[in-house]
Design a protein around this ligand. Structure first.
Ligand code: GAL
Length: 693
């Protein structure tokens, strides 16, 4: 029997053995589901005769969309100017027959070999000066005009052909854009960017303080590319150039897709959670939908760190988003590719939905028989039959179908916002001052207690509208832009409570130190400022380095960092003070607050432990009248509120190691069980979807 026929019959035999829930709730054609379950499918890797078996298995698992073609350039254009669309027409039609919609990826992450051979100028340079070559992916240069032309051409042809196809619902640009070019063309483009931004060399030299180390520039072409140890103004400019260049790279394709496709077809690109290679607020602004690839890698889901990445992605366009890729159990790129536990994949998917995802897509459906990622987790094995995880995903699909109508038109709404800034993360990482000052850990140290208390947090940038928030916390806002400062001052003056964390507003728009000391333009409002900052050594290495802190939030020590604060206004209150430590900090203010009309501004200069930060967060929420979205919940159980269209839904997931019992704040309807409840028991990884009456 030819190999693919053998696989087909194995697959069909396997469908018979599926669990019964996989066959409930068959989708109605042409009604887009509120919650989309999807898989990354690569029809170009398999004979057409196999597709129907795959799609049948997908349909039985309630998979309602596939993302295809993001790596299929060499199949769509096998040689220059010769296009093969028939296979793709067939693949999209075959999916439609199974009520499976299609997201088309533009293939610019994987240029074909003929392209690289004929147009070597399209290849990017690594930061060590080596030019990339064919054989992996992302070898195209983001500045190359020829590469842009070729990407635009294939994107335009795809848009013209499929822009009105009723089964195509959206477009993914490229795939995880991230590989910059450091070659001569990128350097020249960056110099042009700097010129356009700073206009004159005098202005540039002043703002970067280039008298320092004889860095003064007399010609734009003298400006280097630096990534780590350069002038802080130059480093930030490079990152902003990279961000604007990725935006232009995406726009190059958006401009030919949008005019050629139905309005209902959206455009997105898939990002990578905490990845900070460019400013996502810059790049995302032209997209219709934010989407990210959510991988745990080794170990288990950390609901806080992962939850932050969801909230961050939701904040790019300040609306629900898609999980465009996630791991079916395990990956292949980690040091130890451990599998998520039985039940954890389903729990993770509901955690995604709870944070505002409207779709979860598994990467990938089935592994190619060869290629770099042979060992990655899939839903179907190399023989074409389901792997053990398939039935868990099928159960999830049935649940998406069941809970979808209740969740339609709902999204997370928060009383608390945390400000996130790429400029600030870069600025701190370039000059940590204490190697342990990790901006991600800093922001998470505030996110965790605030999420526990408010049960829903928005993550947004400093210039976003703030009116709807009772509390805005900026744990890691080292770089405060002019526009950001205006926004924050107006927020406090209009009655909001702004909390600044350590190192806030230390730097300005050029990554220069604030001339009037931190928190720069907010110091007057605060009635206080940072007199001096101190890196604190690890207690294990230097026990005498311990810096005690005590006051309103309890007694603790400040680790990693401690700022000596001063009070400059009579009504600024000291909340926490340092105890005896290095002499400089002894008895000095560590956290201060000031009421400004109906608003309030608070500054925290110490890096406190989790228990003290939880007390601080309690104080922040109480002072700002922030209420828990749901109410008391056992530790380890996550609750995610989504509301809209007059509905209030709570998704509960038990990540604790043991079963938990939850007393509901009022009688609620359990959507999955179809009954009213006032208490609820959840096993480990148990999930409940509750609708408030
Ligand atoms: C993603 C990528 C996919 C696949 C996956 C494996 O980052 O977008 O194409 O490589 O990782 O985990």
């Amino acid at each position: 029997m030819p190999q693919h026929h053998k696989l087909l019959s194995l697959a069909l035999a396997a469908t018979v053995a599926l669990t019964p829930h996989a066959f409930t709730q068959q989708p109605k054609p042409d009604v887009p589901p509120a919650l989309y379950l999807g898989a990354a499918w690569y029809p170009e890797q398999w004979p057409e005769s196999r597709w129907d078996a795959d799609l049948a298995l997908m349909e039985q698992a309630h998979i309602r969309f596939v993302r295809i073609t993001e790596f299929a350039w060499s199949t769509m254009e096998p040689t220059e100017g010769n296009f093969e669309w028939t296979w793709l027409d067939h693949a999209i039609d075959a999916a439609a027959k199974h009520h499976i919609a299609v997201v088309l990826g533009t293939p610019s992450a994987t240029p074909p070999a003929w392209l690289t051979q004929k147009y070597p100028e399209t290849l990017r340079f690594e930061s060590d000066g080596k030019q990339d070559e064919h054989g992996n992916r992302q070898q195209g240069s983001f500045v190359s005009p020829k590469y842009r032309e070729l990407c635009r051409d294939i994107a335009e042809r795809m848009a013209k052909r499929y822009g009105h196809n009723p089964n195509v619902i959206g477009w993914q640009l490229d795939n995880e854009i991230s590989a910059e070019d450091y070659g001569p063309a990128a350097k020249a483009a960056c110099q042009d960017w700097v010129h356009a931004h700073y206009k004159t060399l005098d202005n540039l030299n002043t703002r970067w303080t280039t008298a320092y180390w004889s860095e003064a520039y007399t010609d734009w072409s003298q400006i280097p590319i630096q990534e780590k140890y350069g002038n802080p103004g130059l480093l930030l400019s490079w990152k902003r150039f990279v961000s604007d260049t990725w935006r232009a790279y995406d726009l190059n394709q958006i401009q030919v897709i949008r005019p050629n496709v139905d309005k209902r077809q959206w455009i997105t690109t898939n990002t990578m959670g905490w990845f900070d290679g460019y400013d996502h607020y810059t790049v995302e602004q032209d997209l219709d939908l934010a989407a990210w690839d959510d991988y745990v890698g080794r170990g288990h889901l950390d609901p806080y760190s992962n939850g932050f990445a969801h909230d961050l992605t939701r904040g790019f366009l300040r609306k629900n988003f898609w999980v465009m890729e996630t791991q079916p159990g395990f990956v292949n790129w980690s040091a130890n590719n451990t599998a998520l536990d039985k039940g954890e994949v389903r729990a993770m998917a509901w955690h995604d939905i709870g944070h505002g995802a409207d779709a979860v897509e598994y990467w990938q459906w089935r592994s190619a028989l060869n290629g770099q990622e042979e060992l990655h987790g899939t839903l179907v094995g190399s023989d074409g039959t389901p792997v053990p995880l398939y039935s868990e995903v099928a159960q999830l699909g049935a649940e998406f179908a069941k809970a979808g109508p209740a969740l339609a038109g709902t999204s997370p709404h928060s009383q608390v916002a945390i400000l996130h800034s790429y400029d600030s993360r870069w600025a701190v990482n370039w000059q940590r001052h204490n190697q342990n000052f990790d901006p991600i850990q800093q922001i998470l140290s505030y996110y965790k207690p605030l999420r526990q208390l408010a049960q829903s947090i928005d993550i947004i940038q400093q210039t976003a509208p703030l009116d709807s928030y009772k509390l805005v916390v900026a744990p890691g806002l080292a770089v405060l832009t002019g526009e950001g400062a205006k926004n924050l001052i107006a927020y406090v003056q209009n009655g909001g409570h702004l909390v600044l964390g350590q190192r806030a507003a230390m730097k300005d728009d050029d990554n220069s130190l604030q001339a009037n000391r931190a928190p720069g333009p907010l110091a007057t409002l605060l009635g206080g400022r940072v007199e001096q900052f101190y890196a604190i050594d690890d207690e294990k290495t230097t026990p005498e380095a311990t810096v005690p802190v005590e006051g309103k939030w309890g007694d603790t020590t400040s680790k990693i960092w401690a700022e000596q604060l001063s009070v400059t206004a009579p009504d600024t209150e000291v909340l926490m003070r340092y105890g005896k430590s290095n002499g400089w900090l002894d008895g000095q203010p560590a956290a201060i607050t000031r009421k400004v009309g109906k608003g309030r501004i608070t500054y925290i200069g110490a890096w406190m432990d989790d228990a003290t930060l939880l007390n601080a967060a309690k104080w922040m929420t109480e002072t700002s009248s922030v209420t828990a979205a749901f109410g008391p919940i056992p530790e380890g159980v996550d609750v995610y509120p989504r509301e809209g269209q007059g509905k209030k839904i709570f998704i509960l997931v038990n990540f604790a190691k043991t079963p938990q019992t939850i007393t509901l704040p009022s009688t609620m309807h359990s959507i999955l069980e179809d009954k009213d409840l006032s208490t609820l028991s959840l096993d480990r990884y148990g999930v409940a979807i509750l609708q408030a009456r």
